[in-house]
Write a new protein. Structure first.
Length: 481
C-alpha cells in the first residue's frame, strides 16, 4: 500500500482491508511510522514512541474488533496505560508510569487498535495550544505551520490532519477535542458527560467537566469509537443516559427535520471574526437546504460568571495534580518544572476554600439547567449552532503558557475566553457537542462550526454530521506537508 492510499482510507476502511487480507497490521504500522517520520519534524505532534510494544501486540494476535490492525495514538494526558509513559505535558511528571490500564484504554485495545505512541498536550490540559515547554518544540498546525493546532488535544489533531493516523484519542474539559478539530479541519465530538469510562484511577475530572473523546476525519469513525468504548465502568459515580443501540447504525439514517437555533455572536454579545461568522452562515444555510428549520436566536448565557467558576474549578484540579506529585516525590515542584500558566493555576487554587470550590460547581450546574431549558422551551430547539472558536486558529506564541496570572490568561481582554467563548459551556452543562469542518478562511485555515444538543442526543448529532459530510464532503482533505 502506498502512503497516499493509506491516507485515503478512514479507520473503518483500513480495518476492512486488514480483515480481507489485502493489507496487514504490520504494513499499516509501518506506514504510520513513515508518515510520522515525514511530518513530525514540522508539526511536533508525536511523543513517547513505543513501537516494539505495538509490534508485540500484533505478533500476539489482535482482538477481532471494529478497528483491528489500525494504528492509533493516545494523548499525553489521561488514558492511563501501563506500557505508555507520560509527562502530562509537564516537566514535573516527566516519564511518569501508570500502574494500571484505564478502562478506556482496555476497551480501545479490545477494539483491535494498535497504539504506538502518545501525542502532545499543554501542561495538564490547560490552554488552547500545544506549546508545553517539556516537549522542546510547539505543536504546529499542519495547514499553516505559523498557527496552533489547538488544544489541549493538540498533537492528536495535528497527527490526524497530517495523515499519520486516521483517528486518535483526545480529551475535552473545556473544548479540548472540538478546538483542535476546528483548528485542523477535523470532526470532533464531545460526548454526554459520563458517556465514556474514567476509571479505575479517577471518578471524574474537573467536577465532571472533563471527558475523553476522539479526533477523526470521518464521522463514522467517531461513531464506531464511541460504540466500542461507551458505558460505565465498575464503581463509576454517575451514568449518562443510555444509548438506544449502535451510534454507527443510527447515523446510517437521516436525521428528522430539526429545529436549529443559531447565533453569529459570541456568548459575550460581541461579534465573532468575519471568517467565523461566514462559517456559521454557511453551515446554517446548508442545514436549511437539507430541510431543517434554522432560526436565529440569542441564547442568554452569563458566560463571564460561568467561565470564572470554570477557572476556579480547573485551578483546584491543577493544584491537586501538582500537590499529589509533590507528596509522591517528597519535594516541591522546581521553578523550571512547571509552565507559568500552571504555576498561576496552582497559586489560584491555593487561595480557594472548599466552599469556594462548591460555589463554583453550583454555578456551573445552575447555568447547565439554563441551557437545558433553552433547548426544551416552547420553541423546543433540537440544537444550538455557533462558531467553534471566535477567531481563526491563533498564531504560535499568542497563548504561550508563560503567563502566571491564571485569571488574566483565561479571562483577560486578549485571553482564552475571548478566543474560545463557546466550547466550555457544553463541558459545564454535560451536553454533547461537536465541531464540523465545513468552512475555510481565505488564508486557507480551517474554521469549525459547533453544534450543542440535549443530554444523551449523540445519535442526533451524528446523524446531522453524516448528512452534512455527505452534502459538503471534507474527508479527503489531508494537509499537504
Amino acid at each position: 500500500m502506498r502512503p497516499e492510499e493509506y491516507r485515503s482510507h478512514d479507520a473503518l476502511g483500513l480495518a476492512d482491508l486488514v480483515r480481507s487480507g489485502q493489507v496487514s497490521a504490520d504494513e499499516l504500522l509501518n506506514l504510520a511510522l513513515e508518515q510520522t517520520a515525514a511530518t513530525d519534524h514540522q508539526i511536533a505532534a508525536v511523543v513517547y514512541m513505543q513501537v516494539e510494544r505495538a509490534r508485540r501486540a500484533i505478533a500476539a494476535g489482535l482482538p477481532d474488533g471494529p478497528f483491528t490492525g489500525v494504528p492509533f495514538l493516545i494523548k499525553d494526558l489521561g488514558c492511563d496505560a501501563v506500557d505508555f509513559p507520560t509527562s502530562m505535558g509537564s516537566g514535573f511528571y516527566r516519564d511518569f508510569r501508570y500502574t494500571v490500564d484505564s478502562e478506556l484504554f482496555t476497551r480501545l485495545e479490545r477494539a483491535g487498535l494498535v497504539t504506538f505512541a502518545r501525542t502532545t498536550s499543554p501542561e495538564f490540559g490547560i490552554g488552547p495550544t500545544g506549546e508545553a515547554r517539556v516537549y522542546g518544540r510547539p505543536t504546529r498546525n499542519p495547514w499553516n505551520l505559523d498557527h496552533v493546532a489547538g488544544g489541549s488535544s493538540a498533537g492528536s489533531a495535528a497527527a490526524v490532519a497530517a495523515g499519520v493516523v486516521p483517528i486518535a484519542h483526545g480529551s475535552d474539559g473545556g473544548g479540548s477535542v472540538r478546538i483542535p478539530a476546528s483548528s485542523c479541519g477535523l470532526f470532533g465530538l464531545k460526548p454526554t458527560r459520563a458517556r465514556l469510562p474514567d476509571g479505575p484511577s479517577t471518578g471524574e475530572g474537573w467536577a465532571g467537566m472533563a471527558i475523553d473523546g476522539f479526533l477523526t476525519r470521518s464521522v463514522r469513525d467517531s461513531a464506531a469509537l464511541i460504540d466500542a468504548t461507551h458505558g460505565p465502568d465498575l464503581g463509576t459515580p454517575y451514568y449518562a443516559p443510555p444509548l438506544d443501540g449502535s451510534l454507527l447504525q443510527a447515523m446510517s439514517a437521516p436525521p428528522p427535520r430539526l429545529r436549529i437555533a443559531y447565533s453569529t455572536l459570541s456568548f459575550t454579545g460581541d461579534p465573532v471574526h468575519p471568517d467565523c461568522r461566514a462559517a456559521i452562515e454557511h453551515t446554517a444555510a446548508l442545514c436549511g437546504r437539507l430541510g431543517h428549520e434554522v432560526i436565529e436566536a440569542d441564547p442568554k448565557v452569563d458566560i463571564h460568571r460561568f467561565m470564572r467558576s470554570w477557572t476556579n474549578i480547573v485551578a483546584c484540579g491543577t493544584e491537586l495534580t501538582v500537590r499529589s506529585r509533590e507528596s509522591e516525590l517528597g519535594r516541591a515542584a522546581g521553578a523550571d518544572e512547571l509552565d507559568g500558566v500552571t504555576r498561576g493555576a496552582v497559586a489560584l487554587g491555593r487561595t480557594l476554600s472548599g466552599a469556594d470550590y462548591l460555589e463554583a460547581v453550583n454555578t456551573v450546574h445552575d447555568i447547565g439547567r439554563e441551557m437545558a431549558r433553552f433547548l426544551a422551551d416552547e420553541r423546543r430547539f433540537d440544537m444550538l449552532l455557533t462558531a467553534t472558536l471566535a477567531e481563526p486558529p491563533a498564531e504560535i506564541g499568542r497563548f504561550k503558557p508563560d503567563n502566571d496570572d491564571f485569571i488574566d490568561y483565561r479571562m483577560g481582554p486578549h485571553g482564552v475566553m475571548a478566543y474560545s467563548p463557546f466550547t466550555a459551556l457544553a463541558n459545564g452543562t454535560g451536553q454533547p457537542a461537536m465541531s464540523v469542518p465545513l468552512h475555510w478562511s481565505d488564508a486557507g485555515l480551517p474554521i469549525g462550526t459547533h453544534f450543542m444538543a440535549r443530554a444523551g442526543d449523540e445519535a442526533l448529532l451524528l446523524q446531522l454530521a453524516a448528512q452534512l459530510e455527505q452534502a459538503d464532503p471534507w474527508f479527503t482533505r489531508v494537509a499537504p506537508l
